[in-house]
Design a protein around this ligand. Structure first.
Ligand SMILES: Nc1ncnc2c1ncn2[C@@H]1O[C@H](COP(=O)(O)OP(=O)(O)OP(=O)(O)O)[C@@H](O)[C@H]1O
Length: 475
């Protein structure tokens, strides 16, 4: 029965050879003649000698001039010339330190780091981290175009292998940072096949930043660029409040209070002049209650907080009605001040409060303020511990977000948007010893920037509140 063809499907011999195993082709090995190997070495030597003056013109010119001087006036003359040159450099360094650093010291440092760190380790690090490409048994490496040094970081400009994408580097920032001995690595795409890897050399944010000075007069206060701390490159961190809404996220103790207070502090001249107002909600009663004299309105109990939010919505709608058809841009004035609703632990009202009605009213009011308030001079500055959607499903209504220390890696993209972690925003790795350190996206750049908020002490808050009282604009 079983031997008959009609009995079932065609039987396949389990031991039948697969075609690929029957004939095998291999590339013949041809020994390279010695002359070709020597010619290869010579070619590389000549290329090095030709490229050296182009790559390091100052160093090569100095060495050449020294050799010429030694030949013309002898070793003693050379020693005298070098001593004079050293004295000139010393004077340059002492008198014009910034120009000395920018024109000489950092260039010399960049050349050294190119040679000793990046060129030396480039191939092993890229191969092991999987960034070398193979094609027809040949290996292709992205090329270093150049290395520059700023006060705090090395910037390595890289030419990508054709057919690869910057995303491959973005996914391997940890490998690159460890490979080149840096604390972190950030990727900046400059153009087609052109990117920059930024490796910090030292942490400019390791020290606490004291509360920043505020001018006496409201003139010159830009509510769209309030200085609230420092960026990793030493530049001021300016926070936009006018024309946006800001959500600050971080675990307990991450320093959310310092962001809120630094923003309020930067606004104090405008608060004193009456062109800006802060309406504060502090469910924990521990953060904002301290400076309540600074606020036009203040609430801590849930019912009062919701009333305050609804009053803000009513004021916003009244202003929008007045502006309709007449004005498209809000300019802060005493009649129509810029209103910042500061909300500490927003989830208390939107998720944790047991009363469903309170939660619903709070959520409605925040949604209305964040979706309609920007153009009429209303801003919501909120703080939150847990960024999950179940806790605050309105988080996308906040155009600007600040990621302080977070619990989990997955929360980084929830706060800063997709791809932020791949671009180096390791907010989940921020040390608990660095409260106030955060990652933010600055205007016009998709690359997250590491920043630290200034720390406003209780004494500073007392002083700010006292000054406001003295100015006679008590809420
Ligand atoms: N920018 C900062 N620089 C230095 N130290 C800071 C900074 N911000 C906060 N700290 C320190 O960290 C502590 C906790 O900060 P803060 O209360 O602001 O955290 P938080 O995120 O608001 O926490 P919670 O959600 O529990 O209120 C502060 O008491 C202060 O000692």
């Amino acid at each position: 029965m079983l031997g008959r063809k009609s009995a079932g499907a065609t039987q396949v011999q389990p031991t039948a050879p697969v075609p690929a195993q029957t004939i095998r082709f291999s590339t013949p090995v041809v020994e390279t003649p010695g002359i070709v190997v020597v010619a290869g070495f010579l070619w590389r030597l000549v290329r090095l000698l030709v490229m050296l003056p182009l790559r390091f013109p100052v160093a090569v010119a100095t060495a050449g001039a020294s050799a010429l001087l030694a030949y013309l006036v002898g070793w003693l003359g050379l020693a005298v010339a070098w001593t004079l040159a050293d004295v000139a450099l010393l004077v340059w360094w002492r008198r014009w330190p910034e120009s000395f650093k920018a024109r000489l010291a950092r260039r010399a440092l960049a050349a050294w780091r190119w040679l000793w760190i990046y060129r030396r380790h480039w191939q092993p690090v890229l191969v092991v981290s999987g960034l070398a490409e193979s094609y027809l048994e040949r290996q292709y490496l992205p090329q270093i175009r150049g290395v520059t040094c700023s006060a705090w970081a090395d910037r390595v400009r890289v030419k990508l292998v054709a057919g690869t994408a910057p995303a491959e580097f973005e996914q391997r920032v940890a490998e690159l940072a460890h490979g080149f001995g840096a604390p972190s690595c950030r990727v900046e795409v400059r153009g087609a096949r052109d990117l920059v890897l930024e490796f910090p050399r030292r942490d400019m944010l390791a020290e606490q930043i004291d509360a920043l000075p505020v001018p006496d007069s409201p003139h010159g206060i830009d509510l769209a660029a309030l200085p609230v701390g420092r960026c990793e490159d030493g530049q001021p961190w300016r926070l936009r409040l006018h024309g946006t809404h800001v959500l600050t996220v971080g675990v307990t103790g991450a320093g959310k209070g310092s962001v809120l207070w630094s923003a309020v502090r930067a606004m104090t001249p405008a608060i004193r002049a009456g062109t800006a107002e802060v309406w504060a909600i502090d469910p924990k009663r521990m953060e904002l209650s301290f400076g309540r004299d600074l606020f036009a309105r203040y609430a801590d109990a849930a019912e009062d907080a919701v009333d305050l939010l609804e009053a803000a919505v009513a004021a916003m709608q009244e202003r929008a009605e007045r502006y309709a058809g007449r004005k498209r841009v809000h300019v802060p004035s005493v009649r129509d001040p810029f209103v910042v609703v500061v909300l500490d632990e927003v989830a208390f009202l939107t998720a944790y409060h047991p009363d469903r009605d309170i939660r619903r009213r709070a959520e409605n009011a925040i949604a209305t303020l964040t979706s309609q308030g920007r153009s009429v001079g209303f801003c919501v500055l909120a703080a939150l511990q847990d960024p999950r959607k179940e806790v605050l499903n309105l988080r996308n209504l906040f155009p600007d977000k600040i990621a302080l220390r977070l619990d989990e890696a997955s929360q980084v993209d929830m706060v800063l948007g997709e791809g932020a972690r791949d671009r180096g925003a390791d907010a989940h790795l921020i040390s608990p010893d660095l409260p106030g350190v955060a990652f933010v996206k600055l205007e016009g750049s998709p690359v997250p920037v590491r920043v630290r908020a200034a720390f406003v002490t209780d004494g500073d808050i007392d002083y700010m509140a006292g000054e406001r009282a003295a100015a006679g604009v008590m809420g």
